[in-house]
Design a protein around this ligand. Structure first.
Ligand code: BG6
Ligand code: MG
Length: 222
């Protein structure tokens, strides 16, 4: 194992609730619909514009908006979201993550971010983790969002490592598929049934360790 490719939202910090709060407000204000709680999981790992389109589809109002209006609504959601995440601090780093970063760096493993979020650099700065990563893949530079493998391949390219020499960490079903298709070893974090396509699943970030990742790599490398 030469590199570890990290999803951000739900792996390094728990921002899903802020995304969902912002989407719920947007949906109510602009589309007059209440989003069911199940949408929080459905939108995990999905890009901003794809999430917006899913919500419009749910409202049944696809015919009412031009492409420019859709982009404007997605931007309004991001404004709410930015207000929410402005409060993030080092205390919002998920359990076990700082220890894991220390252990990986001590073992000369390169660390790269493979997040769909355009806010990843801002969030990492808020958490005090920006300097800890060797690279952050820019989602604007990849053609297809998760579940396509593009962002994980880009994250590996950024640290000049073959994805086959990497382990990827994900909390979303779409993200696990992306890691698998990038030919990295996938470690899912969350519900084992939901993430059953992952090579290895742990319940919580607190269960992650250098040993676990190294062993997963040894057993599941492609
Ligand atoms: C993913 C989140 O990490 O990033 C999604 O799981 C989000 O919920 C996506 O839509 C894009 O994020 P952003 O910050 O660019 O709107
Ligand atoms: Mg995630």
């Amino acid at each position: 194992m030469k590199g570890v490719l990290f999803d951000l939202d739900g792996v390094i910090t728990d921002t899903a609730k802020f995304h969902f709060k912002a989407w719920s407000k947007l949906a109510k204000d602009k589309l007059d619909v209440d989003l069911p709680a199940s949408f929080e999981t459905e939108l995990k790992g999905v890009s901003r514009i794809d999430s917006m389109n899913k919500i419009i589809e749910f409202s049944g109002k696809q015919a009412d908006f031009s492409e420019a209006e859709v982009a404007e609504m997605a931007a309004a959601k991001n404004d709410f979201y930015l207000k929410e995440i402005d409060k993030l601090t080092q205390k919002d780093i998920l359990p076990g993550i700082e220890n894991l970063l220390d252990a990986l760096s001590a073992n000369n493993i390169l660390l790269s971010i493979a997040s769909a979020s355009k806010n990843a650099p801002f969030i990492l700065k808020k958490l005090g983790l920006f300097e800890r990563f060797d690279a952050i893949a820019n989602p604007e530079n990849v053609e297809h969002g998760k579940p396509a493998p593009d962002i994980f391949i880009e994250a590996a390219n950024q640290i000049h490592v073959d994805p086959r020499e990497c382990v990827g960490l994900e909390d979303a079903v779409a993200g696990v598929q992306a890691i698998n298709d990038a030919k990295a070893v996938s470690v899912g974090i969350g519900n084992a049934e939901e993430l059953n396509q992952a090579d290895v699943v742990v319940k919580s970030t607190a269960d992650l360790s250098y040993m676990l990742l190294d062993q997963a790599y040894g057993e599941h490398r492609k």
